[in-house]
Design a protein. Structure first.
Lengths: 65, 399
């Protein structure tokens, strides 16, 4: 599975970092999300799905390879 | 459970529907929405859409393929008109009745309006496009209400070259939510940017060519935007037997009646983290509560989890990104804990009773703000969270 992050949509809420801290971080200067792992390990996928669901900008997608 | 109906096809309703599928529910899933559009996002309406930076193609919450994958019985452009909890059916505007085993109410809110005609409101995609069309350089816009929505719209209109007047009944905008001192700092941004902010003025009606104030004065405008809060969409539940009082009244599990849950702007539920009933019109709450309601609906009653979130919202105004965590309303004290108010780069902490209940930040690094969020989520005592001797950002005593 691959994570897609739509950066222009990101509102810097940090919800993804709280849901999946191994997969997302935020830029210090403006809080915009950073993707740490584009293809996260399987055991992280539930956290990523949570991040997809709670992202208030609908900026994250998890897609089948 | 073989038939679940979700009424409301915006952020909360969609989150509920997605969660039901993610948790393995494979029965019939009906999603009812009164707007004709597929689920779309609202926060950009008063920001990128109003500014003309985005097209409406960027608004859908999910690509069509993802919606398709949910295998929904999707009923768009159709309002729910009634609920019978005994027969377990939802009545729709076309006269049909949809039976359910489980129901999630996520019908949201609608804008409060003022007497008189011709004013804009800003809640739907169509509202935003109608207003956007009128915001031409040099046109005069009056915004009634300097809350977060009115402030964002004023900032965008100013950037588009409009002559903007912001009218607010309270002496200090947002004071009831964020405290007097913080409200003053935030509202100063309007004046610094050339938006005319008039406080302590009450608009009684929209007239041809402007608005009339309580003292009879007419403030002229080419366009008027009314942003004076919202009303929960609960009329369709009037004869249902559900408890309704400024929203659908729910317990800590977001349950309104057996098998009936509510989520999003319309839900008033008991948040055990703060020990109070609240109804929250924030984008993040819509998704979180939609998910929580869906999980509790599917779970055995004894395994359900209370919905105890730290509320979060953000607002973009001029060059400020405002973020807040927690339940700020009704706070007893506000203290500046980082940064500088005058520079509009700070963190303010809020106390209610003996607890840290919220923070509001402008322009601070995300890690700093997230640290405060954790402290609120943990129910940290005020004395522990906020060392004594910090400069106060003004104390607001609320009876």
């Amino acid at each position: 599975m691959r994570v897609e992050l739509d950066l222009p949509k990101c509102v810097a809420s940090g919800q993804c970092v709280m849901a999946a801290p191994d997969v997302f971080d935020q830029r210090d200067e403006d809080g915009v999300a950073i993707l740490l792992q584009e293809q996260p390990d399987d055991e992280l996928l539930d956290e990523v799905r949570e991040a997809v669901a709670i992202c208030p900008a609908a900026a994250i997608r998890l897609v089948e390879q | 459970m073989r038939r679940i109906v979700v009424v409301g096809a915006s952020a909360a309703g969609l989150a509920a529907a997605e969660t039901l599928r993610r948790e393995g529910y494979d029965g019939t899933l009906t999603l009812v929405g009164d707007e004709p559009h597929a689920p779309y996002d609202r926060p950009p309406l008063s920001k990128q859409i109003l500014a003309g930076e985005w097209s409406t193609e960027q608004l859908p919450l999910r690509p069509y393929a993802d919606l398709d994958a949910l295998d929904l019985d999707l009923r768009l452009g159709l309002a729910a008109t009634g609920l019978d909890v005994t027969d377990r059916t939802v009545r729709l505007a076309d006269g049909s009745a949809v039976p359910y085993d489980g129901l999630i109410v996520a019908t949201g809110v609608r804008p409060r309006r003022l007497p008189g005609e011709g004013a804009h409101v800003l809640r739907t995609m169509d509202d935003a496009l109608a207003l956007r069309e009128k915001l031409t350089p040099g046109s005069r816009l009056v915004v009634v209400g300097a809350g977060f929505l009115g402030a964002e719209a004023a900032a965008v209109a100013w950037r588009l070259g409009c002559e903007v007047t912001l009218l607010e009944p309270a002496p200090v905008p947002l004071a009831h939510a964020v405290g007097t001192e913080v409200g003053r700092v935030l509202s100063r941004a309007h004046r610094d940017n050339g938006v005319k902010l008039r406080t302590g003025v009450t608009v009684t009606e929209v007239t041809h060519g402007g608005v009339r104030l309580a003292d009879g004065e007419v403030v002229e405008a080419d366009e008027v935007l009314v942003a004076v809060g919202s009303l929960p969409n609960t009329e369709w539940l009037a004869d249902s037997g559900l408890a309704v009082g400024d929203g659908v009244v729910c317990d800590q599990y977001c349950e309104a009646a057996q098998g009936v849950y509510a989520a999003g702007d319309v839900a008033r539920w008991h948040n055990p983290l703060f020990g109070v009933a609240m109804r929250i019109e924030h984008r993040t709450n819509a998704a979180e509560q939609g998910m929580a309601a869906a999980r509790n609906l599917l779970t055995a009653r004894e395994d359900r989890r209370p919905f105890a979130p730290v509320p979060y919202f953000w607002s973009d105004q001029y060059d400020m990104k405002i973020q807040a965590y927690g339940h700020l309303r009704g706070h007893d004290e506000v203290v500046l804990v980082d940064g500088d108010l005058a520079e509009r780069r700070f963190v303010a902490a809020y106390r209610t009773g003996e607890k840290l209940v919220g923070v509001l930040s402008v322009g601070m690094p995300p890690k700093v703000v997230r640290g405060w969020r954790q402290a609120i989520a943990a129910g940290t005592a005020w004395d522990e969270a906020v060392p004594a001797g910090r400069p106060s950002a003004g104390t607001t005593k609320v009876a």
